[in-house]
Design a protein around this ligand. Structure first.
Ligand code: TXA
Ligand code: MG
Length: 352
């Protein structure tokens, strides 16, 4: 069913209150609104309304057992949504909110099963973005919001990506420019002891350990990077963060070896008449012979790589390449989250 999607641009630093109010009204009355956060664009619905939450799954084509994150604008709201808000839980929220951290706690009955995919826990986050916070406040309800992409595609970091995937399927898109972080929030399960990182993000394990002491990491955070076993891992049969073109990631300690391996691959695929897209850092981009190169950022500043990763995958797709070859990065700091997303997007991972 096609709906008319209202598109409104706002100034991200000082968004127009009328637009925020309009978006808030749509959410409160059961509609879907896409809006920017500091991580990626979210697709928001009233988290207390089961029918509104269900609409999110339809619009995205999302499996019904994949739960949604509930977004709030004031710390006190956590007490309406979750049980067992312990002192360490509060400390970690106070330390990183608003910001790119989602915490998982036992849910209160007010949260419908449609939001949690039937789980007894709820994921909650306070985003660090004036547009997101303004819309949540204007809605006057907690806002369930997954990333605003079609299921399986890279998450949207600009409003144009949201339009590509969801125009005609949602009520409104609020365009507040590009997202600064570029990767989804760190998801931290506080119901486990020690707490477990389920999805790495810009708030790193080291950041969290500074507040909580020992923090564990779910094994799926670190996709196996072994070229032999990676394609056999069960998760690899599902598409994640995936552009149309298959992605090959070349990893390793030494950037020179990565470069040489990619040069070899370019030769091989050029002989097969493949149109090759490259997703590579500023340090090496000029040395590659290809017409379709996207500069992802610089090795010296992994935050730039995180910010541009999804944008780069979508841009190369828009150029109609047959395959995308990406350089891999060290798994330190936000590099951990970068490699987690890249390995989930990858058809093949090659160690240089
Ligand atoms: O940065 C972000 O987190 C963005 C912006 C919009 O806030 N949102 C986002 O939502 O990435 P989504 O739905 O694309 O990813 C939510 C992740 C999924 O991996 C989901 O399985 C997990 O959080 N999740 C949500 N609720 C959960 C729960 N109760 N237990 C375990 N995992 C949960
Ligand atoms: Mg998502």
């Amino acid at each position: 069913m096609e709906v008319k999607t209202v598109y409104k641009k706002v100034n991200p630093g000082s968004p127009d209150w009328e637009t925020l109010k309009e978006a808030g009204n749509v959410i409160r009355s059961g509609g879907l609104v896409a809006f920017p956060t500091e991580t990626v664009y979210g697709l928001g619905a009233n988290a207390l309304d089961p029918d509104a939450a269900s609409k999110i799954y339809t619009a995205k084509g999302r499996p019904a057992d994949n739960p949604l994150i509930v977004h709030i604008a004031e710390l006190e709201q956590i007490y309406n949504l979750a049980e067992d808000v312990t002192v360490p839980a509060l400390r970690v929220m106070e330390a990183f909110w608003p910001g790119p951290l989602t915490v998982i706690l036992p849910k209160k009955p007010v949260i419908p099963d449609q939001v949690t995919g039937g789980l007894k826990n709820v994921a909650v986050r306070m985003p660090n973005h004036p547009v997101a916070l303004g819309i949540i406040r204007a809605a006057g309800v907690p806002v369930a919001a997954p990333s605003a992409n079609s299921s399986g595609k890279p998450s949207p970091t600009v409003a144009e990506h949201v339009s590509e995937d969801l125009n005609g399927k949602i009520d409104m898109i609020v365009d507040g420019g590009p997202c600064q972080v570029g990767l989804e929030s760190t998801v931290l399960d506080l119901t486990a002891d020690p707490p477990v990182i389920l999805r790495p993000g810009a708030i790193t394990r080291e950041d969290l350990e500074g507040v909580l002491g020992h923090v564990a990491e779910a094994s799926s955070c670190k996709e196996t990077l072994d070229a032999e076993t990676a394609p056999k891992a069960p998760g690899m049969k599902y598409r994640h963060y995936s552009p149309e073109a298959p992605v090959i990631v070349v990893t390793g300690e030494d950037p020179n070896k990565i470069f040489e391996k990619i040069m070899e691959l370019i030769q091989t695929y050029t002989l097969q008449n493949k149109k090759i897209g490259l997703l590579v850092p500023g340090e090496s981009i000029a040395a590659y012979p290809s017409d379709f190169k996207y500069e992802i950022g610089t090795r010296e500043n992994p935050e730039t790589v995180a910010r541009n990763l999804f944008h780069g995958l979508r841009w190369l797709d828009s150029q109609g390449v047959d395959l995308i070859i990406a350089e891999g990065y060290q798994e330190t700091g936000v590099g951990r989250a970068v490699m987690n997303r890249l390995s989930k997007a990858a058809r093949e991972i090659i160690e240089a």
